[in-house]
Design a protein around this ligand. Structure first.
Ligand code: PRX
Length: 657
């Protein structure tokens, strides 16, 4: 693991001049009393009852937090609830049935609106349909769908019958889907014929077919017909058409299954430090409480808002802040199928304008692209409905922050730079927009009830201005419950590094480095483990290396991240081949196709550098840190401890070519 203080390229620029939240925002904010921090601290963990009160519980919990089996904490033990009931039924019952729940914006300008009642009806039919296929409580249902309404509908249908979902990002490959279905022993799959990528019809069903072929278990598949005649498909054995199947359950309702607060709501596979993705398990009560609370306190969502998180539901951001958080609060959530620049670069602003979006949440990678395209695109539209902006997934440096503030927010919307992870379930570090000053380039302090600490290698807090490891020193309701069939790995990955089990002191390690200032504001610097954050996509270097090593003719590979400008990361692959290659382009093409089939297009390297050997220590370990320095054009330290120091110069000149 890296020492964050020696890690110059990632020590971000100083934060920009602070901004205070405008009075007009503060006066209407869901949370505007600065005492919330002290209240939470003084009454922890009972403070979290305030968050749990945002939900309706079938049975009230006995204890807010049980710590006996730490780090396997139990939040709201004894409580019972259903997530789909909380996202649907209670809004329908409270007279808001005709309020828009989802506004879907399709690729080609199609739109669909689902009121809470519409959504309730279809979720119920889908739940009945799933049951008819044999899905029982606790069976894992895999969902491999693009950003169409059937995706959140399927998730809520699973939640209704107590079947945990495992959503796999639609852009991942057949192999990646197969690995995830295998790991979760999942016997049910919801997918579609295909979807439009930019203008073209893209076949999803053939990927799903290839994934299922390799599985030991039999799989029941339901196929949503997204493309109609643009992509005719044939249904095989054990395959049903989604709409035909739902028709059989027209108007049927299914009682929501009352789940123990600790029961699994879903599993989400994400990249870790090993070659295999980890199944991050979230429990129903704590997770839903956490996302409802942060949607309320940080994203300031009100039921009458139109709210848009422009992420993909295939990742955690979409789970928490397109589906569960906003729907639990009864707001209107926008679901966007397309890309930001199709058919033109003002597509997002056109959607904000037409839907009068109040709160908009996106990633720095998108903001940097908007900035590059120029302000003329947001300027074409009326964005005055916007009240709050959010950023998530990567550090946002002061320049794009200011651009976003000025050209999208019209200088009057606060920005929340929200740090969190698949494992935290919800936002953990951010300013409260109705309370705190914003410092561009720093995410902010820990949220009330969360104790984020930046520590040195010995676990002691670092001085302000210093960088260290980002840890969470006390549990929080949205926390990862365990890893699917990986309890030991759960303890090893997150808790071993900074905890003292003998003293029963448990500290969660995020895998990130951060710097803290004198006001407790954190600037997150990036990963210190073998995870690359590529424009908000989390990838494991070992997974990519594995895919490259599977390519014919390749002897060894090392993958590192290169930081291009202040924060953007791209993948550099250093590859040694079995024999001298004459046609590097052909090998590169083979490498790319291997990565595409093992993981997906998102993991393709920016650069493949061929080298006769990789730099190694005397004991034969590949020195990835050195390659990272080479990729980043940095001064190299003493290389004399290498077994093959002569290779370094060669790699440097090959990298520069
Ligand atoms: O490195 C941090 C970065 O994204 C990682 C988590 O990735 P994932 O689990 O895919 O979840 C992404 C969406 C929550 C973190 O370990 N990250 C996330 N938010 C920020 C961030 N880095 C800096 N600033 C942020 N606001």
């Amino acid at each position: 693991m890296v020492d964050p203080n020696g890690w110059d390229r990632n020590v971000a620029a100083p934060t920009g001049p602070p901004h205070s939240p405008p009075d007009a925002f503060v006066s209407q904010a869901n949370v505007s009393d600065a005492d919330v921090y002290a209240d939470f601290e003084d009454t922890w963990p009972e403070c979290w009852e305030r968050a749990a009160d945002l939900l309706e519980w079938d049975e009230h919990y006995d204890n807010v937090l049980e710590t006996e089996d730490a780090p396997f904490y139990r939040w709201f033990s004894g409580g019972r609830l259903n997530a789909s009931y909380n996202c649907l039924d209670r809004h329908v019952e409270s007279g808001r049935k005709n309020h828009a729940a989802i506004r879907w914006e399709g690729k080609h300008g199609e739109t669909r609106t689902y009121t809470y009642r519409d959504l309730y009806v279809e979720v119920n039919e889908c739940a009945a349909a799933l049951r008819s296929l044999g899905v029982e409580e606790d069976d894992v249902v895999t969902i491999y769908l693009p950003m169409i309404p059937e995706l959140p509908i399927a998730m809520l249908a699973c939640a209704r019958i107590g079947a945990p979902h495992s959503v796999v990002f639609a852009g991942l490959s057949a192999d990646a889907l197969s690995t995830r279905m295998d790991a979760a022993s999942s016997e049910y799959l919801l997918t579609c014929d295909g979807y439009y990528r930019r203008g073209d019809a893209f076949n999803q069903k053939s990927k799903a077919d290839n994934a299922v072929i390799g599985l030991a278990q039999d799989v029941e598949t339901v196929v949503v017909d997204r493309l109609g005649e643009d992509l005719p498909h044939v249904l095989g054995e054990n395959e049903r058409d989604y709409h035909d199947l739902l028709e059989e359950f027209y108007g049927e309702t299914v009682d929501p299954v009352s789940r123990d607060a600790d029961d699994m709501l879903f599993v989400m596979y994400t990249s870790g430090t090993t070659g295999e993705p980890k199944g991050v398990v979230h429990a129903t009560g704590g997770y839903l409480t956490n996302v409802a609370w942060t949607s309320h306190a940080v994203l300031d969502i009100k039921p009458e808002d139109t709210y848009w998180c422009a992420a993909d539901i295939g990742w955690i951001t979409g789970h928490s802040y397109i589906v569960y958080g906003p729907l639990a609060l009864g707001t209107t959530t926008v679901l966007y199928e397309g890309s930001p620049d199709y058919p033109d670069r003002d597509r997002l602003w056109e959607i904000v304008d037409r839907n009068a979006v109040d709160v908009f949440y996106t990633a720095p990678t998108a903001i940097r692209a908007f900035m590059k395209w120029g302000e003329e695109y947001p300027n074409r539209h009326d964005l005055s409905s916007l009240r709050l902006l959010g950023s998530v997934g990567e550090p946002i440096s002061p320049r794009p922050w200011e651009w976003y503030h000025e050209h999208v927010g019209g200088g009057s919307c606060p920005i929340v730079d929200t740090w969190w992870q698949t494992e935290t379930g919800g936002i953990a570090v951010s300013t409260l927009p109705g309370v705190d000053e914003m410092k561009p380039g720093a995410a902010g302090p820990s949220l009330p009830g969360i104790d984020a600490r930046v520590v040195d290698a010995g676990g002691d807090p670092v001085e302000p201005g210093q960088a260290g490891y980002l840890t969470l020193a006390q549990p929080w309701p949205g926390m990862v419950k365990t890893l699917y069939e990986g309890h030991e790995q759960f303890v090893d990955e997150y808790w071993r590094r900074f905890s003292d089990p003998e003293a029963d002191e448990w500290v969660y390690f995020s895998g990130d480095a951060a710097r803290v200032d004198e006001d407790g504001y954190l600037t997150v610097l990036g990963r210190v483990d073998d995870v690359i954050n590529l424009s908000g996509h989390r990838l494991s270097t070992m997974e990519i290396e594995g895919a490259i090593a599977d390519t014919e003719g390749v002897a060894e590979a090392a993958v590192v991240g290169r930081t291009t400008d202040s924060t953007r990361t791209e993948i550099y692959a250093y590859v040694s081949t079995e024999r001298r290659v004459d046609d590097e382009a052909a090998v590169r093409a083979r490498i790319e196709s291997s990565i595409e089939s093992a993981i997906g297009q998102i993991a393709l390297p920016e650069e493949v550098v061929f080298t006769p050997e990789l730099p190694k220590t005397r004991s034969g370990k590949i020195l990835r840190r050195l390659l990272e320095d080479v990729a980043n054009g940095e001064e190299l330290g003493d290389t004399s401890a290498l077994r093959n120091p002569e290779i370094v110069g060669e790699i440097q000149s090959a990298s520069r070519e």
